[in-house]
Design a protein around this ligand. Structure first.
Ligand code: T3D
Length: 269
């Protein structure tokens, strides 16, 4: 698939998906949703990708749903007299599959948040495994400002990351949380001066591209499950997944390298 609204590159084990509609702060129009979904599927299947980074072109990460396109849909709806905007179905057909694919992809996914992340764009960053932010980044649960509820799993991840009180404050006010505050409350784990930002996320992603990918994938699976399980189930699940990890070539390499006092060469197998 030839992309027009995103950039997709793979080099040295890292796949980089750049949202690329900078004039609209990389807001998601219909075409971009389709292209992002396609690139996520590629990232998941391509064994050359051992770490995925999602970032934005220009000064924004993404401003969420393209409201210009939504306004046009609304105009069409009122002209047809049906009065009902199909928001539930756009979520089910595009945003929800994006979030699920990021969560279930058995490789690390980093949100490299270069600028403002608003609405579903903020949710997208929350669904990634790791978040690194430029000091120019900000996070906005913008939904309330246009009379909507948080979506794309913001209600799931936000309280888990920052606690119910902060999550509700963000959702009910729609106020921006700047990068340093995001770091303080655990919304991101790294903040980097903007001039050093790309070097920083590329360096971080490069580390993950050399990591034992299978073990990372299984770790994601364990944590996803543990979010909704009790202690006994989590322990059983860990034991099962550890058995799987114990059968990988990377585990053998890790132990051999440790015994030989050398750096392991993980191949992601
Ligand atoms: O509809 C469904 O399918 C349901 C799903 C909903 C999911 C959602 O994401 S709902 C939430 C949608 N997003 C928003 O409500 C955020 C809207 N944007 C903003 O509030 C502000 O743009 C920001 C706070 C993000 C940034 O403000 P600022 O002052 O830095 O930039 P700006 O001047 O507002 O925006 C720059 C340009 O980007 C501007 O275009 P122009 O005037 O230069 O031609 C602006 O219109 C455009 N832009 C920004 N956000 C969007 C957008 N265009 C379309 N859609 C946007 N979301």
């Amino acid at each position: 698939m030839a992309y027009e609204t995103i950039l997709w590159e793979v080099a040295d084990g890292v796949g980089v998906l750049t949202l690329n509609r900078p004039d609209a702060l990389n807001a998601f129009n219909q075409q971009m949703k389709g292209e992002v979904l396609d690139a996520l599927r590629t990232a998941e299947r391509d064994r050359a990708v051992r770490c995925l980074v999602i970032t934005g072109a220009g000064r924004g990460f993404t401003a969420g749903q393209d409201l210009r396109e939504r306004q046009q849909t609304a105009d069409g709806v009122s002209a047809s007299g049906s009065g009902q905007m199909p928001l539930g179905s756009t979520l089910r057909e595009s945003y929800n599959p994006m979030i699920l694919r990021i969560r279930t992809m058995e490789k690390p996914v980093i949100a490299a948040v270069n600028g403002v992340a608003a609405g579903a764009g903020c949710s997208l960053a929350l669904a990634c495994d790791l978040r690194i932010a430029s000091d120019k980044a900000s996070f906005i649960q913008a939904f309330v400002k246009i009379g909507l509820v948080p979506d794309s799993a913001a209600t799931y991840f936000l309280p888990r990351l920052v606690g119910l009180g902060r999550a509700l404050e963000m959702a009910l006010t729609g106020e921006a949380v700047k990068a340093e505050e995001a770091l303080r409350i655990g919304l991101v784990t790294r903040v980097v001066p903007h001039e050093e930002f790309e070097t920083a996320w590329r360096g971080w992603a490069g580390q993950f591209a050399q990591a034992p990918t299978r073990a990372i994938g299984l770790t994601k699976r364990a944590m996803n499950r543990a979010l909704t399980s009790d202690l006994e189930e989590a322990l059983n699940w860990e034991a099962y997944l550890q058995e799987v990890a114990g059968g990988t070539a990377d585990f053998r390499e890790g132990v051999d390298a440790f015994m030989a006092k050398r750096t392991p060469q993980f191949r992601g197998e």
